[in-house]
Design a protein around this ligand. Structure first.
Ligand SMILES: [Zn+2]
Length: 95
């Protein structure tokens, strides 16, 4: 015989993640968007960060986009969805 009892459980839910740069929310319609809770650990020979410290931060998409535009070398962009779509169009003779 099973004896049962209803228990209330507490669940920790992340309601929002704020961008460390602008302070705005990283919340999208379904996910948190941008660079979320990135971690950087400086080493003993670090020259610009305090050595052996661990930095954790988030950047929203708007701030990431601004940062990418300041790069001297643009980040590589992997656009697999576009390649698949272009391949599909080519197979259908539409491109
Ligand atoms: Zn931001």
């Amino acid at each position: 015989m099973r004896l049962e009892k209803i228990k209330k459980l507490s669940v920790l839910v992340t309601e929002d993640i704020l961008c460390n740069s602008c302070g705005e929310s990283c919340k999208g319609e379904r996910n948190f968007n941008g660079l979320i809770e990135a971690q950087v650990v400086s080493s003993y020979d670090s020259t610009h960060l305090t050595y052996t410290n661990e930095y954790c931060f988030s950047l929203c998409e708007k701030c990431l986009s601004k940062m990418f535009k300041k790069f001297k070398i643009s980040p590589n962009v992997n656009d697999d969805d576009k390649k698949v779509f272009d391949s599909y169009l080519s197979s259908k003779g539409k491109k």
